[in-house]
Each structure stands twice: as C-alpha cells, then as structure tokens.
Design a protein around this ligand. Structure first.
Ligand SMILES: Cc1cc2nc3c(=O)[nH]c(=O)nc-3n(C[C@H](O)[C@H](O)[C@H](O)COP(=O)(O)OP(=O)(O)OC[C@H]3O[C@@H](n4cnc5c(N)ncnc54)[C@H](O)[C@@H]3O)c2cc1C
Length: 403
C-alpha cells in the first residue's frame, strides 16, 4: 500500500488547491453547496456557473481526453480533484449523473455526431442528464425492466414507467434502458437509448421527500418517439451498455456525499455537554474506527488505481460502511439533542443541520446505487467467492417468468 502522493501527484494537488483557493469559497459545514438558500432556479444557475468555471479550468472531467474538454489525466488525479473540491462550496451534485455515467456511456456507444453535439454542453453544465434504469418492479433486478421499445420505421416507440430518476425534472437528456424483445431471457432482450426529455409523451412527476426536497421523480412514457440513431449499442445489447454505465457509477462511489462525519458528531456531543457519557464514547469510538477503516480502504483503491487497475467489487464495502455508519451516527446525535432534535434546526451553517440532513438522507443512501443486501451479495459472491444465490429466471424467456 502506498499512502502518499507521488511527487507528480503532489504537484498536481498543489495546483488544484491553489486554483480552488482562488476561485471557490471554503465550505462552512459538510453540506454546503453554491447557491444554497436561493430559490431553486437561482440555485441551479449558481451550480451551472460553478460547473462552467471548473470545466474551463479542465477540472470537470480530468480523465477525459483533452479534445473532449478533459485533462487527459489519471483516475488518481480525478480523485485528487474530488478530494480537494470537497473542502469547498461546489455544486450540489446535479451534473454527477451526466458526467459520471451518461456521457461516458455516450462516448463509448454514441455516434460521432451525437458526441460532438452533446459532450461539451454536458461538461459545462449547460445540459443536464438523468439515468432511467429503475422501475417500480425493477430496481435491484434492473435487468427486469418492463418499459417497452417497439420499432417503427426509423424510430422506436416507448411506453412504460421509470421511478427514482434523480434530477429528471431538470434534465435535458436521459439514458433509457428498455425491453425490445420479451421472448428471450431477460438480459438478452434489452436495448439502450438516449432520449430528449422534452419529447412529447414524457411526463416527469417529482416525488416529495420527507426532508422537503424533490431530488427524484417518476417518469412516464406514452408513445414517445425516439430516433433509431439515439440507440446506444446493438438491439438486444442493452445489458452490456448498462454495465458500462454501472461501472462508471462504481467509479463515482468515492464521491463526497456530505454526510455526518466524526468531527461533526464530536461537535454535537460536545455542544450537548455529553462527552463523558459511556454511550457517547462508544458511538464516537465506532465512528472513528469506521472512518479510519474507510480511509485505509480508500488508500488501497488509490494504490490500485495508480498501478493502472480499476476499482473492483470491493468498492461495495465503502458504500455499505459509509451509509450505515452515517445513519447510526445521525440517529444517536438526534437522540442526544432530545426534543429539539426532532423540531429541525433552521441554521444551515450548524453541525445540527448536518445531523438532521444526514438522518433524513441516510436511508436513501442505503438504497441508491445498490441496497445493503445487494452489496452484501456482491461482497459474498465476488469478493469472498461464496456460492452464488439461486437465480430462478436464468435462461428463461422473460415473458415466461412468473410475476
Ligand atoms: C436517492 C436515490 C436515487 C436514485 N437515483 C436513481 C436514478 O437516478 N436512476 C435510476 O435508474 N435509479 C435510481 N435509484 C434507484 C435505485 O437504484 C434502486 O432504488 C435500488 O436499486 C433498489 O431497487 P428498488 O428500490 O426497486 O428495491 P427492490 O429491488 O425492490 O428491493 C426491495 C428490498 O428487497 C431487497 N432485495 C432485492 N433483491 C434482493 C436479493 N437478490 N437478495 C437480498 N435482498 C434483496 C433489497 O435489498 C430491498 O431491501 C435511486 C434510488 C435512491 C434511493
């Protein structure tokens, strides 16, 4: 394991830090983004402005080739930018799905004409993308999607429903996984498209969350026409394309999600005058040990990346630990604050605000990008080499699977 930057990485980090210090404001707390507190339109405009500034400096997509607006850099450099940026007020994550998943998929499977039109606006925050994989009956088992795409001349006609679609209400384009052939086993009958979210027949319905936000949506498709040249990959090869998208999702796992950390928990316990309590000590010790474990795990991934590897299924460990830890810490901190903890803290610069936001969001983090149980299955099967769970629909035509 190599914990330190190489001299070249240290120089790169110094350059990133100097640029951030000159162009961004330091974060006041873990969940402090540009435009916070402004009405939604202005908040989005502030996020776009930050994205454009970052893109112009080459820091928006470090690993992309220079001709596509990146720096042609390494995955380690990308992580360095992410680590350094996490100490500053940046955008609230609205571009991550586009830059982290959809545009890399377009780069791998899109036509040259589409790449030329879509990549730069995505990079500069002018166009927003969403990922439309999950459906009411297909989440963990995403290969079970029911949304249907039927050919019609040079177009496809889409009918069905997606759910959980983060950012769809702001999106200009979306990746769509649809079923084109239900008579073959589930993975073989899928095709990937990208769609213009303003197409007639698309209805986006935001879902209101318990914290008041609406980050994700239901998306309904009624006879939506998608040109065949917006198909990504061959007809029936959608699963392979989806794996490209999901591999990029795994690469974004280390992203800063602004959850409660040890320092904030310490501050809350101290402010409540409860540092001497055995239970507080136990929670603080657990948090410290888990965070240190995550840091070392992260160092191991960085070492693998710097040797040319890619993060493997063991990345599932980081999300599993991070999300469950955050939920446990937030629950304890909320209880510590007694009745006040339930009322809600109006001051968005306080640690108590981070506690509340973490508590209302942590459950979602345990689901998004793979539920705890699915991550445990991945760890069991692909890290520990334990026997595979039974898959009863293996090899069975999709339309013959009981549901
Ligand atoms: C904040 C957030 C943002 C999201 N954004 C997007 C997005 O932008 N685009 C998108 O396409 N999707 C998105 N999702 C959807 C996400 O990918 C799914 O919610 C997730 O994959 C789980 O699917 P599900 O909700 O259908 O639950 P289900 O798959 O129905 O699971 C229900 C329960 O059964 C358990 N379970 C299921 N299968 C197994 C198994 N084989 N073994 C053991 N237990 C099992 C699960 O762990 C869970 O507890 C988002 C979700 C969240 C929470």
């Amino acid at each position: 394991m190599d914990f330190d930057d190489t001299p070249a990485e240290a120089a790169f980090r110094a350059g990133v830090r100097a640029w951030l210090e000159a162009h961004a404001e330091p974060k006041r707390h873990a969940r402090d983004f540009v435009g916070d507190g402004l009405p939604p339109d202005e908040r989005l405009a502030a996020a776009r402005a930050w994205q454009a500034r970052k893109a112009a400096a080459g820091y928006a997509a470090v690993t992309w080739p220079r001709e596509l607006g990146g720096l042609g850099g390494t995955a380690v450099q990308q992580l360095i930018v992410r680590q350094e940026e996490s100490r500053f007020r940046s955008s609230f994550g609205i571009f991550e799905i586009g830059l982290g998943m959809c545009l890399p998929t377009l780069m791998a499977y899109g036509s040259e004409a589409h790449k030329a039109r879509r990549i730069r606006p995505g990079l500069y925050g002018e166009e927003i993308w969403c990922q439309m994989f999950s459906e009411p009956a297909a989440g963990s088992d995403v290969a079970g999607v029911l949304t249907r795409a039927r050919p019609n001349g040079h177009h496809w006609v889409i009918n069905g429903q997606k759910v959980w679609t983060t950012g769809a209400q702001f999106s200009d384009f979306g990746l769509l996984l649809a079923r084109t052939d239900p008579t073959v086993p589930k993975h073989a009958g899928l095709t990937m498209f990208f769609v213009d979210m303003k197409s007639p027949g698309i209805e986006v319905r935001p879902i209101r969350q318990m914290d008041g936000d609406s980050e994700f949506n239901e998306v309904f498709f009624t006879d939506v026409r998608v040109p065949d040249d917006q198909r990504l990959g061959a007809v029936g090869a959608g699963w392979k394309v989806a794996l490209t998208t999901l591999m990029h999702e795994r690469l974004s796992v280390g992203a800063e999600i602004g959850l409660l950390n040890f320092d904030a928990l310490w501050a809350v316990v101290k402010a409540a005058g409860r540092l001497d309590e055995p239970l507080a000590g136990e929670h603080l010790a657990d948090a410290w040990v888990a965070e240190e474990g995550l840091r070392l795990h992260h160092c191991r991934s960085l070492t693998a990346l710097s040797r040319g590897g890619t993060p493997g299924p063991e990345q599932s460990i980081a999300k599993l630990v991070k999300a469950t830890l955050a939920q446990r810490m937030a629950t304890f901190a909320l209880q510590l604050r007694g009745e006040v903890g339930q009322v809600g803290d109006a001051d968005p610069t306080s640690d108590a605000y981070v506690v509340e936001r973490t508590w209302t969001r942590a459950a979602a983090m345990r689901i998004a990008g793979g539920t705890d149980e699915i991550l445990r299955n991945i760890i069991a099967e692909r890290v520990l080499g334990l026997p595979e769970e039974a898959r009863l629909d293996k090899g069975v035509p999709f339309n013959e699977v009981p549901r």
